[in-house]
Design a protein around this ligand. Sequence first.
Ligand SMILES: [Zn+2]
Length: 223
Amino acid sequence: MTRRFFCYDLRGPVTAIAISVDPAHDTPGSARRFLAKVDSAEQTINSLNPDVEVVKYKTRLDASNIMEIIDGYDVIVDGADNFPTRYLLNDATVRLGIPVVSASILGFDGQLSVFAPYEGPCYRCLYPTPPPAELAPSCGANGVLGVLPGTMGMLQATEVIKLITGSGEPLIGRLLLYDALGATFTELKVRRDPNCPICSRDPDSISEEEMGKFPDYEAFCAG
Ligand SMILES: [Zn+2]
Protein backbone atom coordinates (compact mmCIF):
# COMPACT_ATOMS: atom_id res chain seq x y z
CA MET A 1 0.00 0.00 0.00
CA THR A 2 1.29 3.42 -0.85
CA ARG A 3 1.48 5.49 2.28
CA ARG A 4 1.13 9.19 2.13
CA PHE A 5 0.11 11.83 4.54
CA PHE A 6 -1.62 15.11 4.28
CA CYS A 7 -2.08 18.13 6.37
CA TYR A 8 -4.50 20.94 6.40
CA ASP A 9 -3.66 24.43 7.45
CA LEU A 10 -6.59 26.24 9.03
CA ARG A 11 -6.66 29.95 8.32
CA GLY A 12 -6.16 32.09 11.35
CA PRO A 13 -4.00 31.66 14.40
CA VAL A 14 -4.55 27.93 14.71
CA THR A 15 -3.02 25.35 12.45
CA ALA A 16 -3.30 21.61 12.53
CA ILE A 17 -1.62 18.86 10.63
CA ALA A 18 -3.12 15.44 10.03
CA ILE A 19 -1.05 12.43 9.18
CA SER A 20 -3.13 9.81 7.50
CA VAL A 21 -3.05 6.73 5.39
CA ASP A 22 -6.82 6.49 5.16
CA PRO A 23 -7.56 3.81 2.58
CA ALA A 24 -11.10 5.09 2.05
CA HIS A 25 -9.85 7.16 -0.86
CA ASP A 26 -8.83 3.97 -2.63
CA THR A 27 -12.23 2.34 -2.60
CA PRO A 28 -12.67 0.36 -5.83
CA GLY A 29 -15.13 2.09 -8.08
CA SER A 30 -14.50 5.47 -6.56
CA ALA A 31 -13.86 8.19 -9.10
CA ARG A 32 -10.97 9.30 -6.90
CA ARG A 33 -9.18 5.99 -6.71
CA PHE A 34 -6.45 7.22 -9.02
CA LEU A 35 -5.95 10.45 -7.10
CA ALA A 36 -3.16 10.91 -4.59
CA LYS A 37 -4.63 10.84 -1.11
CA VAL A 38 -3.55 14.39 -0.44
CA ASP A 39 -5.51 15.55 -3.48
CA SER A 40 -8.53 13.48 -2.51
CA ALA A 41 -8.36 14.84 1.04
CA GLU A 42 -8.17 18.39 -0.28
CA GLN A 43 -11.31 17.84 -2.32
CA THR A 44 -13.18 16.42 0.65
CA ILE A 45 -12.08 19.18 3.04
CA ASN A 46 -12.86 21.97 0.62
CA SER A 47 -16.24 20.48 -0.23
CA LEU A 48 -17.06 20.68 3.47
CA ASN A 49 -15.57 24.13 3.97
CA PRO A 50 -13.99 26.07 1.07
CA ASP A 51 -12.43 28.54 3.53
CA VAL A 52 -10.01 25.93 4.84
CA GLU A 53 -6.57 26.36 3.34
CA VAL A 54 -5.11 22.93 2.60
CA VAL A 55 -1.34 22.61 2.51
CA LYS A 56 -0.31 19.35 0.90
CA TYR A 57 2.89 17.39 1.37
CA LYS A 58 2.97 14.68 -1.24
CA THR A 59 5.79 12.70 0.28
CA ARG A 60 6.51 10.11 2.91
CA LEU A 61 7.25 11.43 6.37
CA ASP A 62 10.75 10.42 7.43
CA ALA A 63 13.65 11.55 9.58
CA SER A 64 15.00 13.81 6.85
CA ASN A 65 11.89 15.95 6.47
CA ILE A 66 9.79 15.69 9.63
CA MET A 67 11.23 18.66 11.51
CA GLU A 68 10.81 20.99 8.57
CA ILE A 69 7.26 19.82 7.84
CA ILE A 70 5.69 19.81 11.30
CA ASP A 71 7.45 22.83 12.82
CA GLY A 72 4.99 25.67 13.37
CA TYR A 73 1.80 23.63 13.61
CA ASP A 74 -0.24 23.86 16.81
CA VAL A 75 -1.68 20.34 16.86
CA ILE A 76 -0.85 17.09 15.12
CA VAL A 77 -3.44 14.44 14.37
CA ASP A 78 -1.76 11.07 14.12
CA GLY A 79 -3.40 8.40 12.01
CA ALA A 80 -0.23 6.67 10.86
CA ASP A 81 -0.45 2.94 10.23
CA ASN A 82 3.09 1.93 11.12
CA PHE A 83 5.28 1.99 14.18
CA PRO A 84 8.35 3.73 12.71
CA THR A 85 6.27 6.78 11.80
CA ARG A 86 4.61 6.89 15.22
CA TYR A 87 7.91 6.81 17.10
CA LEU A 88 9.52 9.28 14.73
CA LEU A 89 6.56 11.62 15.13
CA ASN A 90 6.65 11.26 18.90
CA ASP A 91 10.31 12.16 19.17
CA ALA A 92 10.02 15.15 16.84
CA THR A 93 6.92 16.53 18.57
CA VAL A 94 8.50 16.21 22.02
CA ARG A 95 11.49 18.13 20.68
CA LEU A 96 9.22 20.84 19.25
CA GLY A 97 6.62 20.82 22.05
CA ILE A 98 3.64 20.08 19.79
CA PRO A 99 0.70 18.06 21.18
CA VAL A 100 -0.38 14.95 19.26
CA VAL A 101 -3.92 13.58 19.14
CA SER A 102 -3.20 9.92 18.48
CA ALA A 103 -5.57 7.15 17.45
CA SER A 104 -5.06 3.62 16.24
CA ILE A 105 -7.37 0.85 15.13
CA LEU A 106 -7.21 -2.86 14.56
CA GLY A 107 -9.95 -5.38 14.07
CA PHE A 108 -12.84 -4.27 16.25
CA ASP A 109 -10.81 -2.16 18.67
CA GLY A 110 -9.63 1.42 18.81
CA GLN A 111 -7.26 3.39 21.05
CA LEU A 112 -7.11 7.13 21.61
CA SER A 113 -4.87 9.43 23.62
CA VAL A 114 -3.40 12.93 23.62
CA PHE A 115 0.36 13.22 24.02
CA ALA A 116 1.22 16.70 25.29
CA PRO A 117 5.00 17.06 25.64
CA TYR A 118 6.15 17.55 29.25
CA GLU A 119 2.55 17.95 30.40
CA GLY A 120 1.75 14.25 30.19
CA PRO A 121 3.37 11.02 28.99
CA CYS A 122 4.65 10.66 25.45
CA TYR A 123 4.12 7.71 23.11
CA ARG A 124 7.36 6.11 24.29
CA CYS A 125 6.25 6.36 27.91
CA LEU A 126 3.21 4.29 26.95
CA TYR A 127 4.95 1.96 24.50
CA PRO A 128 8.71 1.97 25.24
CA THR A 129 9.51 -0.28 22.30
CA PRO A 130 7.64 -1.41 19.20
CA PRO A 131 6.58 -5.05 18.96
CA PRO A 132 8.81 -7.42 17.02
CA ALA A 133 8.12 -7.39 13.32
CA GLU A 134 6.57 -10.85 13.41
CA LEU A 135 4.12 -9.77 16.11
CA ALA A 136 3.34 -6.32 14.76
CA PRO A 137 -0.25 -6.47 13.60
CA SER A 138 -1.23 -4.72 10.43
CA CYS A 139 -4.63 -3.65 9.24
CA GLY A 140 -3.81 -5.08 5.84
CA ALA A 141 -3.30 -8.56 7.28
CA ASN A 142 -5.86 -8.50 10.08
CA GLY A 143 -8.54 -6.24 8.72
CA VAL A 144 -10.47 -3.51 10.48
CA LEU A 145 -14.14 -2.83 11.01
CA GLY A 146 -15.05 -0.35 8.30
CA VAL A 147 -16.72 2.21 10.56
CA LEU A 148 -13.88 2.31 13.12
CA PRO A 149 -11.78 4.95 11.31
CA GLY A 150 -14.81 7.22 11.39
CA THR A 151 -15.53 6.53 15.06
CA MET A 152 -11.97 7.15 16.18
CA GLY A 153 -11.53 10.07 13.78
CA MET A 154 -14.49 11.90 15.30
CA LEU A 155 -13.09 11.32 18.77
CA GLN A 156 -9.77 12.72 17.55
CA ALA A 157 -11.50 15.78 16.09
CA THR A 158 -13.21 16.34 19.44
CA GLU A 159 -9.86 16.31 21.23
CA VAL A 160 -8.40 18.75 18.69
CA ILE A 161 -11.27 21.19 19.27
CA LYS A 162 -10.78 20.91 23.04
CA LEU A 163 -7.05 21.61 22.72
CA ILE A 164 -7.59 24.58 20.42
CA THR A 165 -10.31 26.16 22.54
CA GLY A 166 -8.88 25.16 25.91
CA SER A 167 -12.13 23.47 26.83
CA GLY A 168 -12.87 20.41 28.92
CA GLU A 169 -10.40 17.78 30.00
CA PRO A 170 -8.10 16.69 27.16
CA LEU A 171 -7.18 13.02 27.05
CA ILE A 172 -3.70 13.74 28.41
CA GLY A 173 -2.30 10.96 30.57
CA ARG A 174 -5.25 8.77 29.72
CA LEU A 175 -5.67 6.01 27.15
CA LEU A 176 -9.19 5.42 25.91
CA LEU A 177 -9.91 1.90 24.66
CA TYR A 178 -12.95 1.36 22.49
CA ASP A 179 -14.32 -2.16 22.09
CA ALA A 180 -16.76 -1.98 19.21
CA LEU A 181 -18.11 -5.50 19.64
CA GLY A 182 -18.76 -5.01 23.33
CA ALA A 183 -19.80 -1.38 22.85
CA THR A 184 -17.62 -0.37 25.77
CA PHE A 185 -15.12 2.37 26.52
CA THR A 186 -12.35 1.71 29.05
CA GLU A 187 -10.02 4.39 30.36
CA LEU A 188 -6.50 3.63 31.55
CA LYS A 189 -4.27 6.06 33.39
CA VAL A 190 -0.85 6.54 31.78
CA ARG A 191 1.97 8.20 33.68
CA ARG A 192 5.18 9.76 32.46
CA ASP A 193 8.12 7.40 32.61
CA PRO A 194 10.92 9.08 34.56
CA ASN A 195 13.34 6.97 32.51
CA CYS A 196 11.72 7.68 29.14
CA PRO A 197 14.53 7.92 26.57
CA ILE A 198 12.91 10.99 25.03
CA CYS A 199 10.66 13.05 27.30
CA SER A 200 12.77 12.63 30.44
CA ARG A 201 15.36 14.83 28.75
CA ASP A 202 15.64 18.46 27.84
CA PRO A 203 14.08 18.92 24.39
CA ASP A 204 17.17 20.62 23.02
CA SER A 205 19.19 17.49 23.80
CA ILE A 206 17.06 15.34 21.47
CA SER A 207 19.08 15.15 18.28
CA GLU A 208 17.56 14.65 14.86
CA GLU A 209 19.87 11.69 14.32
CA GLU A 210 18.28 9.67 17.12
CA MET A 211 14.64 10.42 16.37
CA GLY A 212 12.59 7.32 15.74
CA LYS A 213 15.60 5.09 16.32
CA PHE A 214 15.88 1.79 18.17
CA PRO A 215 18.74 -0.67 18.37
CA ASP A 216 16.81 -2.99 16.06
CA TYR A 217 15.18 -0.23 14.07
CA GLU A 218 15.93 -1.73 10.67
CA ALA A 219 14.51 -5.08 11.71
CA PHE A 220 11.06 -3.87 12.55
CA CYS A 221 11.12 -1.20 9.88
CA ALA A 222 11.80 -3.66 7.09
CA GLY A 223 8.22 -4.69 6.59
ZN1 LIG B 1 8.13 9.82 27.28
